[in-house]
Design a protein around this ligand. Sequence first.
Ligand SMILES: Cc1ncc(COP(=O)(O)O)c(C=O)c1O
Length: 397
Amino acid sequence: MAIAMKIASHISKSSWIRRMFEEGERLRQEFGADKIYDFTLGNPDVEPPEAFNRELLRLAQNPVPGMHRYMNNAGYAETRAAVAGKLSRDSGIAVPADNVIMTCGAGGALNVVLKTILNPAEEVIILAPFFVEYKFYIDNHGGVPVEVWTNRDTFQLDIEAIDKAITAKTRAIIICSPNNPTGVIYPAESLERLGALLKRKFEQTGHLIYVISDEPYARIAFEGKQVPNIFPLVESSVIVTSHSKDLALPGERIGFLAANPRMSTAAQFMEGAVFSNRVLGFVNAPALMQRLVAMLQDESVDIAEYQAKRDLLVSELSGLGFSLVKPDGAFYLFPKSPLADDVEFVRLAQKHHILLVPGAGFGAPGFFRIAYCVDKEMIERSLPSWRNLAKESGLSA
Ligand SMILES: Cc1ncc(COP(=O)(O)O)c(C=O)c1O
């Protein structure tokens, strides 16, 4: 085999979204793009906020000498300071710029953190349903993913289940709020309980377990809801995030990680993470984007647009009999599959020209994911097909 057996096996296990995309391309060619309702990709359909274009233009017209050169592996001091300022305001804790590293997206940040903390065969708890890349990122750095379900009715944290899954080998827990794929936000009280659990474990065993808080959707919360900042609630926490979703810049690969200043190991962690950012080959986050996002820490895309799409889909699909948790953020819905086999349901949906991802792709068979970061008109055009799909899967008469 021309490639490593492990990679070949990963490809075959992880190809849901790609397979759906290819199927979508085929259907688009056969029936025309306006007849296919593609809800598979978490690729925002909105444009970045106007302030982004304004800053881009200003920078192009007033270039800073040396602005395309290498820099400190952690990023520009002024960008790290701007990010730290925003984190300090959000958390109520003074976050020094030294605790921030600019990264190539949240995906880059996750890899930097995992490389920095994992010894071979150490365990990382991930909470089903989860963002599928977590498993591969953990494997990249010799770790072992341990799947723990959230509450199956609410998708909220199940602290008892997490407690039971912790072993002497547990090194970290990855959480994601607002969540991909469910859209739920974890309230401060449950994060506080998680923090208390880990503190108790540390006092009993001297064993530090990191909470890696993956939060690229933190600014996409509806009805003015606040996403609780993790720093005051969990001492041993690291934030990983990006501007892929909140500023609609996924192709620009700009994000950051930040270590909780309350964490006793923060200085050593940061030293390791700067090194990991370098040797993973990222070297530093894209220079131009760092200059821009430094000016945009209080900006975000129009959240009202996402909320309107959520409201439309939640009301229509609930009306058709789909069982779902109404999400408070992000741009995903994760309803129960009306057929016992979610893959079979997704195939049936395809027959009605609706493209979805089965829950199996998120470690959660029996559900399916809708990504509604799509044109609202497409959602409206898809409604008759949803009605037929509901009928054919035994939901509505
Ligand atoms: C939960 C979650 N984490 C991380 C990422 C990766 O984000 P980025 O594009 O910033 O690497 C995504 C992207 O969809 C995501 O949904």
